[in-house]
Design a protein. Structure first.
Ligand code: P1T
Length: 382
């Protein structure tokens, strides 16, 4: 049999029916400890921080979807990022995007910076900028694509070729795209990181994170840190992400469809100054996105005419789009990055335009979403 397709693996990889009972949904394993027949003789599970059957199912399933050999699950996206950063040493240098999730910047700059890991933000859509930011100590290039919140597109293959020629690793935060739309390892990335809190979980009811990679040596080190530092997710959280993965493909298709319609409407709206959506031909990364991604995703950002004041008014004027942080779930969310998700980058090169609004376009009826946004834009500008 050929390798099963994405949707089949999303539903079955790592989770065959329970051999003991035939249960089609494998039972969630809450046990913290596992019986040993004799000292050191067990069935692969000893203590739930080290390994847990439900977590292992999730790790196997996501590794399969990303096309990687090893998956590791964590208590949050930031815990996954932190685990990866532990592979660096004082004196090492990281190049990070000049547009990225505020919490990623805060972790690298304010937690790892004082521990001796330096970093430089750069526009990774330009190889010249990447080269300018390079130092002899650079060990890691941190890529987000599409970026949060500007939805810039980075050519993963180009960054990987450059970084590898200088002996550094490339990590791609694939949270916005998901493995359904983009598989970074296939373009040469070394590690994929996810906030499972977003599209993978898909229902705004679980916080989690994952790493996926091929290299067995690095996987061993990460597995050691995962157990030794212990930022692991609980079994119920793993179960919720696994359940979300089963519908990832159909949800992403609808997210892409709805977001494209929203971007088109906003692009033609007189109250909107500019729209950022990789599916628009006017987006500078459109061609790379068309090559690298299977669809353009469910996130849309835009700048309202009238700056901060107008943006704040639009953010509170929608009815279906809920004003809230986070993204990637079935319901539509609207947020104001400058004071919400990206408040921690104020004063840094990652600072966000105060006129910017970010939408996580959900899978509700598209006519309702368009009417909600048009109504909010009208109310805010009148
Ligand atoms: O929230 P957590 O699961 O720890 O994931 C952090 C994270 C990592 N990477 C990206 C691209 C993210 O967007 C996030 C979290 N972002 C939000 C909460 C947000 O509203 O942008």
């Amino acid at each position: 049999m050929p390798e099963p397709g994405f949707e089949t693996r999303a539903i079955h990889a790592g989770q065959p029916p329970d051999p003991a009972t035939g249960a089609v949904v494998p039972p969630v394993s809450f046990s913290t400890t596992f019986a040993q027949e004799a000292v050191g003789r067990h069935r692969g599970f000893e203590y739930a921080r080290s390994a847990n059957p439900t977590r292992q199912a999730l790790e196997t399933c996501l590794a399969s979807l990303e096309g990687g050999a090893h998956g590791l699950a964590y208590a949050s996206g930031l815990a996954a990022e932190d685990a990866l950063l532990r592979t660096l040493s004082p004196g090492h240098h990281v190049i990070l995007p000049n547009d990225a999730y505020g919490g990623t910047f805060r972790l690298i700059d304010r937690v790892w910076g004082p521990l001796g890991v330096s970093s430089t933000p750069a526009d990774l859509t330009s190889t010249a900028e990447l080269e300018a930011a390079w130092r002899a100590e650079t060990r890691l290039v941190w890529v987000e694509t599409p970026t949060n919140p500007l939805l810039s597109i980075v050519d993963i293959g180009a960054v990987a070729a450059f970084a590898h020629s200088r002996g550094a690793l490339v990590v791609v935060d694939n949270t916005f795209a998901t493995p359904y739309l983009q598989r970074p390892l296939s373009y040469g990335a070394d590690v994929v990181v996810h906030s499972a809190t977003k599209y993978l979980g898909g229902h705004s009811d679980v916080v989690g994170g994952l790493l996926v990679l091929d290299d067995p040596e690095l996987a061993n080190r990460l597995s050691f840190f995962q157990n030794a530092a212990g930022a692991v997710p609980g079994p119920m959280d793993c179960y919720l992400v696994l359940r979300g993965l089963k519908t990832l493909a159909v949800r992403m298709d609808r997210h892409c469809h709805n977001a494209a319609a929203v971007a088109d409407m906003l692009a033609g709206h007189p109250a909107v100054e500019r729209v950022r959506y990789p599916g628009l031909r006017s987006h500078p990364g459109h061609d790379v996105a068309a090559r690298q991604m299977r669809g353009f995703g469910g996130m849309v950002s835009f700048v309202v005419r009238g700056g901060e004041k107008a943006a704040l008014e639009v953010a509170r004027a929608t009815e279906i789009f809920t004003l809230a942080e986070s993204l990637g779930a079935v319901e539509s969310l609207i947020e104001y990055p400058h004071r919400m998700t990206h408040a921690s980058v104020a004063g840094s090169p990652l600072q966000v335009d105060p006129g910017l609004i970010r939408l996580s376009v959900g899978i509700e009826t598209i006519e309702d979403l368009l009417a909600d946004l048009a109504g909010a834009l009208e109310r805010a500008s009148s």
